[in-house]
Design a protein around this ligand. Structure first.
Ligand code: COA
Ligand code: MG
Length: 290
C-alpha cells in the first residue's frame, strides 16, 4: 500500500498508559502521534493501555495529526489482541515491532484481514534479521498494507551490541540500506529516536543527519523535540527559492527541449526539476496543516 502523501516530519511516541500525555498529544504540533502499547508499557499495564489507546482513537480530536498505535509483536501474549483491537479503532495505522522476516508481515496482514481497507501497516526495522532482508521486506508494500518503516535504533543497538554514539556511526550503513530498500518500493520512512531529550543541540544534529540520509521525518519521544524536528524536516526558505527558480527556468520556452541547463551558475537536469517540484509540494502540504 502507498501511504497517503502527507507531511510526517515528527512522529511523537507516548505510552498509551499515560493519560496525561495522551490528552496533551492532541494539541502538540507533531505530524504523527504513535500511541505505544509495546516497550513503553509495563506488562501489567498492557490491557489497560490497549483499552486507553482504542478509546482515544475512537474519541478522535487529533486534528490533522496522523494516528498510529504500536502493537506488541504477534509472538507475545498481547500481540493478537492488540491487532484485533487496533483493527476496529479508527486509527490510521498499526505499527508492528520487531518485524524480522516477510512471514512476520504476512502474519500481521492476515490478522488485519477484516480491518478497513485504509488501515496502514507500519513496521519497525529493529532486528538484525530484518537488516538482512530489507529488500524482501520492502517488496511487500506491493501486495500488503505495508506502507511505512520506522527505524528502531534502540533495539538494533541492543541486538547488535553496538553503541548509539552521537554520530550513529554503527548504524549509518543500516539506515542507508533501509532508505534504499524502502524507496525502491515506495515506503514512507521515519528515522529512529534520540533518547537524550534534554539535549536539543544533539537532537537537532541527529535530525539533520536523518534528513541528509533521505528520511522524511523522525520519531520523537518528548514534546521538546517536536519543534526542532519540524524545523529540520521543513524545506528551508533558501531551498524553496532555488526550487522555484529551477521550476521557472525549465518552464521558459527557450529551455523547452533542453535536458540540462544552468540556474545561478549550477547545472540542473530534469531530475532536479522533479526534486524541486517535490520540495514545493511538501512545502504546500506543510502550509496546509496550518
Ligand atoms: N507525549 C506527550 N506528552 C509528553 C511526552 C510524550 N511523549 N513526554 C512527556 N510529556 C509531557 C509530560 O506528561 C509532562 O506534562 P506536564 O508538564 O503537563 O506534567 C511534560 O510533557 C514534561 O515532561 P517531562 O517532565 O520533561 O518528562 P517526563 O519525565 O514526564 O517523561 C519520558 C520523560 C521519557 C518518560 C517521556 O517523555 C516518555 O514517556 N516518552 C515517550 C516514551 C515512549 O513512548 N517510548 C517508546 C518509543 S521509543
Ligand atoms: Mg523497539
Amino acid at each position: 500500500m502507498i501511504a497517503p502523501d502527507r507531511p510526517r516530519r515528527s512522529a511523537l511516541y507516548l505510552p498509551a498508559s499515560n493519560a496525561k500525555a495522551l490528552a496533551k498529544a492532541r494539541s502538540l504540533p507533531a505530524d504523527v502521534v504513535i500511541l505505544d502499547l509495546e516497550d513503553a508499557v509495563a506488562p501489567e499495564m498492557k490491557a489497560e493501555a490497549r483499552a486507553a489507546a482504542v478509546a482515544a482513537a475512537r474519541e478522535g480530536g487529533f486534528g490533522p495529526r496522523e494516528l498510529a498505535i504500536r502493537a506488541n509483536a504477534l509472538d507475545t501474549p498481547w500481540g493478537a489482541d492488540d491487532l484485533a483491537a487496533i483493527a476496529t479503532s479508527g486509527a490510521d495505522a498499526v505499527l508492528v515491532p520487531k518485524v524480522s522476516t516477510p512471514a512476520d508481515i504476512l502474519a500481521c496482514e492476515a490478522a488485519l484481514a477484516a480491518a478497513p481497507p485504509g488501515l496502514q501497516l507500519w513496521a519497525m526495522i529493529e532486528t538484525c534479521t530484518a537488516v538482512g532482508q530489507l529488500f524482501d521486506l520492502a517488496a511487500l508494500a506491493g501486495s500488503t498494507r505495508l506502507s511505512l518503516w520506522v527505524m528502531g535504533t534502540n533495539d538494533l543497538a541492543k541486538e547488535m551490541r553496538a553503541q548509539l554514539t552521537p554520530d550513529r556511526a554503527a548504524f549509518l550503513p543500516i539506515l542507508t540500506q533501509a532508505v534504499c530498500a524502502g524507496r525502491a518500493h515506495g515506503l514512507a520512512l521515519l528515522d529512529g529516536v534520540c533518547n537524550e531529550f534534554r539535549d536539543l543541540a544533539l537532537f537537532r544534529a541527529e535530525a539533520e543527519q536523518g534528513l541528509l540520509l533521505g528520511f522524511e521525518g523522525k520519531t520523537v519521544i518528548h514534546p521538546a523535540q517536536i519543534e526542532p524536528c519540524n524545523a529540520v524536516y521543513s524545506p528551508a526558505p533558501a531551498e524553496l527559492d532555488r526550487a522555484r527558480a529551477i521550476i521557472a527556468a525549465f518552464a521558459h520556452p527557450d529551455n523547452a527541449t533542453k535536458g540540462a541547463i544552468q540556474v545561478d551558475g549550477k547545472m540542473v537536469e530534469r531530475l532536479h526539476l522533479e526534486q524541486a517540484q517535490r520540495l514545493v509540494a511538501v512545502a504546500r502540504q506543510i502550509a496546509a496543516l496550518g
